[in-house]
Design a protein around this ligand. Structure first.
Ligand SMILES: Nc1ncnc2c1ncn2[C@@H]1O[C@H](COP(=O)(O)OP(=O)(O)OP(=O)(O)O)[C@@H](O)[C@H]1O
Length: 298
């Protein structure tokens, strides 16, 4: 469904260039429910905006559902955003209209594309547990209920993929669990691919696969140890990710991998390292100084 290779995004301001994505690789299968985690500034939102067609990449390859997002024309991009992708944000205000009812909010994107389907709009609201509140105006609903309306809206045009940026960022734990269960149901029953960006490791523990981004590159991947495990039943404690997932370092096509900064600092590796091959291991150590070599680099 998603194929990114060597994806680069550079933001240029008057006196500064920020390389937000530095040649990122990512593959997501059709029907997968996965999460992207990373520290603030690591490039998560930049990636999500590119995948959602809200921002253009600077270089590299990015293909989503058969669309080449580097070469796509503006008119095709409108079609892509309407038919391929749905968005859920942390901040509801971005996609909800407060003076309309929940049902009217879900119908709005359908009206804009000329495909009003009231029965489906009602079904979506029933799915997110708001059957009895569908005629309430948005301001009469709680933050968590509004977030559930936002999920129904994101599905109104029957997208193939759902992109969620910190979808549980401003709700309590119970609502967060409820939202993750809705995502799981949508993923299973409609076969929609779901990509969730989050800081929250407990939430990341509830998906099939987690990809960590560091400095604009995919660095580590956490894959579910037991594919038959029903993640909806797992207690979402902070250790959930490590308990149910096994961690792998991502190695790209040309053999590059990222070593965490803390590891390098702990053994004093700066610009260079020594690498040895020993049996079935590769050992990376601080540079071994050759006898007679001048260590004062100038
Ligand atoms: N429009 C922009 N102009 C200039 N720099 C930007 C712009 N958008 C993002 N950046 C920079 O790109 C880098 C990645 O930002 P991004 O928002 O993708 O990170 P993030 O991982 O989503 O962070 P957070 O979790 O805080 O939202 C940061 O250094 C950020 O300052």
């Amino acid at each position: 469904m998603i194929h990114c290779e060597g994806l680069v995004k550079i933001f240029k301001t008057e006196d500064l260039e920020v390389v937000a994505l530095q040649g990122l690789n990512l593959n997501v299968q059709q029907g997968e429910m996965m999460a992207i985690i990373g520290n603030s500034g690591s490039g998560k939102s930049t990636l999500l905006n590119i995948l959602g067609g809200l921002d253009r990449p600077s270089a590299g390859q990015v293909n989503v559902g058969g669309w080449d997002l580097l070469k796509i024309r503006d008119d095709q991009l409108v079609e892509y955003k309407r038919n391929t992708v749905g968005f859920v944000w942390q901040n509801n205000a971005r996609n909800l209209l407060p003076y309309l009812s929940a049902l009217e909010n879900v119908e709005m994107p359908m009206l804009l594309t000329g495909k009003l389907d009231r029965a489906y709009a009602k079904q979506l609201l029933e799915w997110v547990g708001l059957k009895d509140r569908m005629h309430n105006k948005l301001h009469q609903l709680s933050g968590g209920e509004q977030q559930r309306v936002a999920i129904a809206i994101s599905l109104s045009n029957r997208p193939k993929m759902l992109l969620a940026d910190e979808p549980t960022g401003s709700v309590d734990t119970a609502t967060s669990d409820q939202i993750m269960n809705i995502f799981r149901q949508v993923n299973r029953e409609l076969g929609i691919t779901i990509v969730i960006v989050t800081h929250d490791l407990a939430l990341a523990g509830k998906v099939d696969r987690v990809v960590a981004i560091r400095d604009g590159l995919t660095s580590t991947e956490f894959v579910k140890r037991n594919p038959n495990l029903d993640l909806a039943t797992i207690d979402s404690g902070a250790g959930a990710l490590q308990e149910v997932h096994e961690a792998f370092v991502v190695v790209d096509r040309v053999g590059r991998l990222q070593v965490p900064k803390e590891y390098l600092e702990a053994i004093g590796i700066g610009g260079r390292a020594s690498m040895e091959f020993e049996g079935d291991k590769i050992i990376i150590t601080a540079p071994k100084t050759l006898e007679g070599e001048n260590t004062n680099e100038s």
